[in-house]
Design a protein around this ligand. Sequence first.
Ligand SMILES: O=C1O[C@H](COP(=O)(O)O)[C@@H](O)[C@H](O)[C@H]1O
Length: 248
Amino acid sequence: MKSYVYHSATATAHALIEHLIAMMEREPEKTFYFAFSGGTTPSLMFSIWANEYKEATPWMRMRIYWVDERCVQAEDYESNYGTMRRLLLEEVGMPDEYVHPIYGVNCPEIEAKNYSTLVCRTVPLLGGFPAFDVVLLGAGDDGHTSSIFPGQEYLLSSFHPYEVSVNPYNGQKRIAMTGCLLFAAKHLIFFITGKNKADVVRNILDSGDATGPAAYVAHHAERVELFLDVWANGGRLSDNQILQPAAK
Ligand SMILES: O=C1O[C@H](COP(=O)(O)O)[C@@H](O)[C@H](O)[C@H]1O
């Protein structure tokens, strides 16, 4: 596992975008299959990407999928697809045929099956499973990742690519990428910022027992990278430098 720590969420987002663009530049003939997470953390990255890297990004070689979705309509502020569409995809003119949303408004059980079928049909297989080039993950401060919450670890060993999960805090249904795709990804990248994530990041970086889905995935997947801001890393920019929060 490699971790990269930057002095702010903005700097982390810049570094991650540049990392992804560099990855695509190294293979100029290749089409890249991305699965993006939702939540609030990637919103900053989407805005920076649209505003500062529109010309530098090979959009036509990107295929866009989602790690997870909340079962709401795309116009809802909670929609992971709706957020990325508004902040990034519409801004850069990404063609619809390259974008594969999870339809949160559909019956969750049917949508999980349909999306699993779509992913199996369109994402190149490796060892019998669809293998995304990049799966971008976040983590909740309770240790959830994708939409796999603590107590739902059985989804990590599911052979269905996507399954229905439930947000235990409000009963909202979700559609979540499960272990069979998470562990098949060529690059699994966590993008985590903010001091409320420091405990979960410590658990991810700690080689001891994982205490939640995010740490479990990080400990058991290959080629895991963490893009962190200093606050998610417990105030540490490096092993010997501990920052204090700036006074407001
Ligand atoms: O509910 C979700 O939470 C996590 C973390 O979200 P954040 O708002 O704390 O950034 C996210 O990775 C996941 O995709 C999302 O649906």
